[in-house]
Design a protein around this ligand. Sequence first.
Ligand code: PHE
Length: 434
Amino acid sequence: MENQRPSWTSRGAFILAAVGSAVGLGNIWRFPYIMGQNGGAAFLVVYLLLILTVCFVPLVAELAMGKTTKRECIGAFESVNPKLKTIGALNPITGILIMAFYFVVGGWILNYICLGFAKCEITNYAQYFSNFTQDAYSNCIFTLLFLFICVLFTARGIKKGIEFANNVLMPMFAVILLFLIISSLQLPNAHLGLEYMFKPDFSKINPHMFLTALGQALFTLSIGMGAMLTYGSYIKDDRSITKSAYTIIFSDTLFALMAGIMIFPAIFSFGLEPDSGAGLVFVTLPYIFAQIPYGNLLLAAFFILLMAAAVTSGISMLEVSVAAFTERMNMSRQKACLYIFIIISALAIPATLSFGLLSKFSIFGKSVFDFLDFATSNLLMPLNAFFICIITGWLMNIEGKMFVQNKLVAKLFDTGLRFVVPAILLGLLYVGLK
Ligand code: PHE
């Protein structure tokens, strides 16, 4: 079995895929609106602090668990102790629940790409967004289409599918992003947006901000649903995990900052409010594009960028379940992809209908879409990350000195893995459940 497992063609291929997983809607859609709702630069300071210290630990632990066990998610837990199988299964389950809402946003993106090319004159994007998200038929089609695109790449396997998608989409993503940043920085009063991002008002820092920042950091680094574990299981033995973890964190943060530098100057230039929430890139940004020359094309370029980022993340989410299905049930990749396509469709369709047909239906007071987002980001991902820390730290005896030369850093890592980070994650869970 071990010999038949695929592995990355090179260290670069792994890094690109892992960065492709991390950089996604979390960076371009979620990060700017969460930062906008939490006071700009002060939030950024807290976020950077957490992502560079606390999040480093579970990221290394997840990669290490994959690399040492060389098994898919459930098998990795099982190899530590057969009783842990159920805990391992929580990872693909979390992934499936994330995909059910993530791919709905993917569907919105496809719709906006068509909109950019269709050159239609829309004056009220808030109205357009609300009407569109209520339209059951086109939402379902676009969501399924987005899912289908991700499944197609995944079905082709590690080298021909996942590596290929990342090799093509990630550079395309970076080029479009740079182009949009340059356009945005040339707008009048662009410096106001930069000040908002980088001049912190420390009086805005509050405890809730730490929780929001930590939840966002886990989500954006793809920690707590098995994606990094599964990608880590395809790493060849001689490659350093800590260096990879630094590169992933650094690149992910860089892309989030670049997304901010693209969005906030434009928002301030047009005198708009940065705290409009989840609609920031679907309502506020198109409104801005509508006022500038070649705005339609820029709109299409922006949403193609978003699509590229979302597809490479979507592929990594799919891979967790695909690896589990193929390796545990001895199934072909294509067949596994077909089953997973059916399962996710069954969950994503109710999520797409949350804004229209099923808007009256609620789970614990939330729409299906909001419930899936909440249950995964605030509960299941911290819970899975907690288990990974405990299992690698206490049962697998993973130690800092295995990866880092510096004794002090190794010691800090050990304390972080066994005590500090699990405690912080439990705190996050507690507040999430309250
Ligand atoms: N990190 C991805 C993003 O920022 C989302 C993701 C979460 C991907 C979990 C894989 C696993 O969009």
